[in-house]
Design a protein around this ligand. Structure first.
Ligand SMILES: NC(=O)c1ccc[n+]([C@@H]2O[C@H](COP(=O)([O-])OP(=O)(O)OC[C@H]3O[C@@H](n4cnc5c(N)ncnc54)[C@H](OP(=O)(O)O)[C@@H]3O)[C@@H](O)[C@H]2O)c1
Length: 267
C-alpha cells in the first residue's frame, strides 16, 4: 500500500496552525491526504487550508477547537463526521506556562492534562477504533524528551508526556496486529513559534541547534511504520537522552507482551 492507501483518505492534525503541526499538514497533503486542521486560531488554519488545496488539490477543512476543553473530542468527532480519518496526529501539547508547579494556577495544569492526557486518549479511542475496524491507519503522538524524567519547571508537562509514551507503546502492541501503526515521536528542542514565544517570555535567547519543523514532520511520517518510539536525532541503537534506545524499548515491549499473554488473555 502506498502512503495515501495506508493512511488516507483523511488526516486529522490536532495543533496545525503553526510549527510542526503545519509542517505535518503540508507533508500529508503532498502525499494526497485530505486534511482536517484543528487549533484555536482559525485565521492561520484557513490560510494553510487555502495553500494546501491550491498546491496539492486535496480537500481541507478547518475548525477552531480548544483541545483542552472537556467537549473537545466530541467536537472533533462532529467535525470529522462520516469522513474516514486514517491518520491522527496529536501535535498540540507544549507547556505554555513557564512556571513551577505551585506557582501556577491549578486550572492551567488541569488544562495541560486535559490536552495531553484525557483528550489525546479520547481521540485515540474514537479514531483508533475506526482504524482498527478498517484494518489500516496510523497515529502519531508528538511527544517530548521530557517524558523520560521529571524536571523542575515543567513537572506536569513531564508527567503528561510520560503518560503519552507508555500509552502509545501499549497501543502500538494492541493495534499492530490490526494493521494500524502507532508512533511516539519524541522531540527535542524544535524551532516552533510556541517555543520561541516561551523563550522570549523568559528573556532567554534562542539556542542554536534547534530541529526544524519540516525535518521533524518528514522524519515522523517516515518512522510511522517503525514504532512504537522514535527519539528525535537518534538512531535506533543509540540511547542518548532516553534511558533506552527505540530498538531496546521495542524489544522490551514485545517481550513483555509475549510474556504476559497468560494473564492478559487474547487480543
Ligand atoms: N518546540 C519544542 O522545542 C518541542 C520540544 C519537545 C516537544 N515538543 C512537542 O511538539 C509539539 C508541538 O509543540 P510547539 O512548540 O509547536 O507548541 P504547541 O503549543 O504545542 O503548539 C502547536 C500547535 O498546537 C496548537 N495548540 C496549542 N494548544 C492548543 C489547544 N489548547 N487547543 C488547540 N490547539 C492548540 C497551536 O495553535 P493555536 O495556538 O492556534 O491553538 C499550534 O498550532 C507539542 O506536543 C510539544 O510538546 C516541542
Amino acid at each position: 500500500m502506498d502512503f495515501a492507501e495506508r493512511y488516507g483518505p483523511w488526516a486529522l492534525i490536532a495543533g496545525a496552525s503553526e510549527g510542526t503541526g503545519r509542517a505535518f499538514a503540508r507533508k500529508v497533503a503532498k502525499q494526497g491526504l485530505n486534511c482536517i486542521l484543528i487549533a484555536r486560531r482559525e485565521g492561520p488554519l484557513v490560510t494553510l487550508a487555502e495553500e494546501v488545496r491550491a498546491q496539492y488539490g486535496v480537500e481541507c477543512i478547518t475548525a477552531s477547537v480548544d483541545l483542552a476543553a472537556n467537549d473537545a473530542v466530541d467536537r472533533l468527532i462532529d467535525i470529522a463526521g462520516a469522513r474516514e480519518v486514517g491518520l491522527l496526529i496529536t501535535n498540540a501539547g507544549a507547556d505554555p506556562n513557564g512556571t513551577r508547579f505551585l506557582d501556577g494556577e491549578i486550572g492551567n495544569w488541569i488544562d495541560l492534562v486535559n490536552l495531553n492526557v484525557m483528550n489525546t486518549m479520547r481521540s485515540c479511542h474514537h479514531f483508533g477504533g475506526r482504524m482498527r475496524a478498517r484494518r489500516r491507519g496510523g497515529i502519531i503522538l508528538v511527544g517530548s524528551g521530557a517524558c523520560y524524567g521529571g524536571m523542575g519547571g515543567i513537572a506536569v508537562y513531564c508527567g503528561s508526556k510520560a503518560f503519552d509514551l507508555c500509552f502509545g507503546e501499549g497501543l502500538w502492541t494492541e493495534l499492530r496486529p490490526h494493521g494500524v501503526d502507532v508512533l511516539n515521536l519524541i522531540l527535542g528542542r524544535t524551532d516552533t513559534p510556541a517555543f520561541r514565544a516561551l523563550l522570549q517570555s523568559k528573556g532567554l535567547p534562542v539556542p542554536s541547534g534547534l530541529a526544524s519543523p519540516d525535518d521533524v514532520a518528514e522524519v515522523g511520517l517516515a518512522r510511522l511504520p517503525h514504532g512504537p518510539v522514535h527519539n528525535w536525532g537518534q538512531d535506533e541503537d543509540m540511547s542518548g537522552y532516553a534511558p533506552n534506545s527505540a530498538a531496546a524499548r521495542r524489544a522490551r515491549i514485545l517481550a513483555l507482551d509475549a510474556a504476559s499473554k497468560d494473564v492478559m488473555g487474547g487480543k
